[in-house]
Design a protein around this ligand. Structure first.
Ligand code: AP5
Length: 217
């Protein structure tokens, strides 16, 4: 294993990555749990870009591409887009040069089929998921955050009906992915995501360091 160069962390700290050169991290949790917010915060500590499958799909819809037109009603309803389509979108993103060292995946995998497909792809490329970071937030706080964002950002799926569907999809199809990883001895790091953004970030860093996945200098 070639040691990765140290990366700048928050508050001037630097971290060594104690994992192989190309690493795909997974940040996981229900809608509104803070996946995107925390993934952004982690980019400097982990030295890889934040890749949000929801953002990739929204970019397609906003750009008016044929794919965007196809998925727009699915997103607005809070349902999941088909696995094969999602896989193609992700593959294209991970082929970009900035993901050469890996990525923090936010919103993927979201089904067992996606988790299996990711594992197969990573195994053939000689890399792996070193840990899944799960944000635990109670249901009332999740809905409150999403409704507050509805007033600020006007996302098509931030309304009560779509939020209910997104929560149902999470519980029925996405949460079981955690057992898939546990069964494969991939560390599943459960983080209390109800505190402020910086406090949650610190908790994630501590959990990664406690598993020797990053080393504080
Ligand atoms: P996606 O964009 O992934 O949406 P989501 O999972 O519903 O998650 P959100 O983006 O709403 O929340 P988040 O957990 O990222 O929290 P955030 O940081 O934004 O997916 C959208 C849709 O795309 C899906 O429904 C599906 O249709 C499709 N899709 C995507 N991936 C797919 C896949 N793999 N397969 C099939 N379909 C797929 O924070 C939320 C709010 O809370 C923000 O306003 C934020 O400022 C605030 N906040 C965050 N942290 C805190 C905190 N600690 N304290 C207070 N406020 C906070």
């Amino acid at each position: 294993m070639i040691p990765a160069p140290p990366r700048p962390g928050p508050a001037g700290r630097r971290y060594d990555r104690a994992v192989p050169e190309r690493t795909i991290w997974v940040i996981f949790g229900p809608p509104g749990s803070g996946k995107g917010t925390q993934a952004e915060q982690l980019t400097s500590a982990l030295g890889v870009p934040h890749v949000s499958t929801g953002d990739l799909l929204r970019t397609e819809t906003e750009s008016g591409t044929p794919l965007g037109a196809e998925v727009a009603p699915v997103l607005a309803a809070g349902e999941l887009v088909p696995d094969d389509l999602m896989e193609r979108v992700l593959e294209r993103r991970l082929a970009r040069p900035d993901a050469g060292r890996g990525a923090i995946l936010d919103g993927y995998p979201r089904t067992l089929a996606q988790a299996r497909s990711l594992d197969t792809r990573l195994a053939s490329a000689g890399c792996r998921v070193p840990a899944v970071i799960v944000l635990d937030v109670d249901q009332d706080t999740l809905v409150e955050r999403l409704l507050q964002r509805a007033g600020e950002q006007h996302r098509a799926d931030d309304n009560r009906a779509a939020i209910a569907e997104r929560m149902a999809e999470y519980h029925d199809r996405t949460a079981p992915v955690l057992d898939y990883y546990r069964a494969r001895d991939v560390p599943v790091l459960e983080i209390d995501g109800t505190a402020g953004i910086d406090a949650v970030h610190e908790r994630i860093l501590r959990a990664l360091a406690s598993r020797a996945l990053i080393a504080a200098r």
